[in-house]
Design a protein around this ligand. Structure first.
Ligand code: NAP
Length: 248
């Protein structure tokens, strides 16, 4: 049976590694991105080299209409989604809360929380066995910031990831009987563009010194956890939050 995966923020970083691994695992892949068309098309090409179909769709997941349209386009090109990886996320800027701009706070929650919820809602509508769907898996990408709280840097970001973890637990209970498993990967620091975007490019090197395993995560480390949770090998995992934090 053909399987289809939607990876939000699949054009770069953890999402790109997850999209490539999904392709290797036999999924047709829909790579969602915000603005970097060249990167997303490169990932789609890499996926096609694995022998599956792949498309890149530009859509701001913070907009519910754009999310609906993306799911419709994906379904008509590749088939109804069996896997959603809610990976797209932003940090905003690293700052103590008292200096946080409204616009950064709104954008962080709009993308990380609202965007993930919009995508999960569309996925449930497509996957639900009660609607004639064939079930599926939703994986939310959180951060160890949800546990540490990230004081002095980005408590707003940590709070948005805490929301996604609570959402994972509740949604898993709500849709288990509809054939849908919902899980979360709580990612440790990985050396991706997100740190440069937030103006903190030294962060991965600093965290590598603190991590018991002596390094930050590779994007592959996080992708492997997501694809394991998505696989039949994890068929009894739902509502799980799997920390991949190098011992932190
Ligand atoms: P990244 O390298 O900055 O890539 C982010 C991806 O998300 C890009 O493809 C970007 O699209 C896309 N994106 C951003 N906003 C979007 C929106 N509104 N709509 C659609 N796509 C959007 O980030 P990353 O480090 O791989 O992070 C991926 C996830 O892991 C995030 O949820 C992040 O919070 C989480 N995480 C990361 C780390 C880390 O250390 N890297 C640690 C813990 C958790 P464009 O390419 O078009 O810009």
């Amino acid at each position: 049976m053909d399987k289809c995966a939607i990876i939000t923020g699949g054009g770069r970083g953890i999402g790109a590694a997850t999209a490539r691994l999904a392709a290797k695992s036999g999924y047709h892949v829909c790579i969602n991105y915000a603005s970097d068309t060249a990167s997303a098309e490169m990932v789609a090409e890499a996926c096609r080299r694995e022998g599956v179909q792949a498309i890149a769709i530009k859509a701001d997941i913070a907009t519910s209409d754009a999310v609906e349209e993306m799911f419709e386009r994906c379904t008509s090109s590749l088939g109804s989604p069996d896997l959603l990886v809610n990976n797209a996320g932003v940090v905003g800027s690293a700052t103590p809360l008292e200096h946080l701009d409204d616009s950064v706070l709104h954008r962080t929650f709009a993308v990380n929380v609202f965007g993930s919820v919009y995508c999960a809602r569309s996925a449930v509508r497509h996957m639900s066995t009660a609607n004639g769907g064939r079930g599926g898996v939703i994986i939310n990408i959180s951060s160890i910031a949800a546990t540490t709280g990230s004081p002095g840097e980005y408590v707003h970001y940590a709070a948005s990831k805490g929301a996604i973890e609570t959402f994972t637990i509740g949604l898993a209970k709500e849709v288990g009987s509809l054939g849908i498993r919902v899980n979360c990967v709580q990612s440790g620091t990985a050396d991706t563009d997100i740190h440069r975007t937030e103006g903190n490019p030294q962060r991965p090197a600093m965290i590598a010194k603190l991590a018991p395993l002596g390094r930050v995560a590779s994007t592959q480390d996080i992708a492997e956890a997501a694809l394991w949770l998505a696989s039949d090998k994890a068929s009894y995992a739902s509502g799980s939050i799997l920390r991949i934090g190098g011992g932190l």
